[in-house]
Design a protein around this ligand. Structure first.
Ligand SMILES: [Zn+2]
Length: 252
């Protein structure tokens, strides 16, 4: 069995002290490939060398809405230069998106649209962050975005899920589904076509049930797989194989 963690921030400071051990534990848990998204222009300078050091990492470049105060409009121009320069190496534009709990929504929206357009222009998928913005995000993707991408940490209704699926996008499934109380998300994830799902941990965030308050890491991903297999009433092996194919197709 091989698992692909399609969203983890392994370059973050939280892993500086024991990154090698974290990757070793992941491999022992069959998690052998990782997508590490970009979040700020400054962070790209740490991410890109790490991604070339670890051959099991894929990486993306983008400007995350959590750091909206830090981003400059010129960072988008730099993003364009880097996408050009790193063609063939950078596999997605992300993590980008809209977050209603972050300040400066107009600026968020402006940067989001410009990054969607860049992804389309470079024929790269996008990694989408959202909070209380799913419908707005869908409209923007439809109008400006590339043909494919992933809705990171999808949490919405079945109807919302299907709108993204019909658009050709995948839904990122993480630790949320290990919590019984996440009924709406669990129901939506249960019913969408299996071809539209990928697994992710969002390490160091989003701990799985039973590990609240701890740093999350990719070696916990089998618990997400187990929860998903139960939810969809299928075998873990079959599921893992399909999810691997979905992930590789997304970030080819
Ligand atoms: Zn993230």
């Amino acid at each position: 069995m091989q698992l692909f963690d399609t969203h983890c921030h392994l370059d973050f400071e939280a892993f500086d002290k024991d990154r090698g051990a974290v990757l070793k534990r992941a491999r022992e848990a069959a998690v052998s490939r990782f997508m590490v998204p970009g979040v700020t222009r400054k962070q790209w300078d740490k991410l890109v060398p790490l991604a070339s050091e670890y051959s099991c990492w894929y990486y993306a470049l983008g400007l995350h809405p959590w750091f909206i105060d830090e981003h400059k409009d010129s960072d988008v121009e730099e993003l364009e230069r880097q996408l050009e320069k790193q063609q063939g190496k950078v596999r997605a534009v992300g993590e980008i998106g809209l977050d209603r709990t972050c300040p400066n929504f107009d600026k968020q929206h402006r940067l989001f649209i410009r990054q969607l357009e860049l992804a389309k222009c470079f024929k790269l998928p996008v990694i989408i962050h959202h909070r209380k913005t799913l419908d707005r995000t869908h409209a923007d993707i439809k109008k400006y975005g590339p043909e494919n991408g992933v809705i990171h940490a999808f949490s919405g209704s079945h109807q919302q899920a299907m709108k993204f699926v019909e658009q050709g996008y995948k839904l990122g499934v993480g630790g949320v589904i290990t919590y019984e109380r996440a009924q709406k998300t669990r129901q939506a994830i249960k019913e969408v076509p299996i071809e539209s799902l990928v697994l992710e941990t969002d390490s160091p965030d989003m701990p799985v049930s039973g590990y609240q308050g701890e740093r999350n890491e990719p070696s916990r991903m089998p618990l997400v797989l187990e929860a998903l297999a139960k939810l969809r009433n299928t075998s873990e092996e079959e599921l893992a194989s399909q999810l691997w194919q979905n992930s590789v197709a997304l970030f080819r």
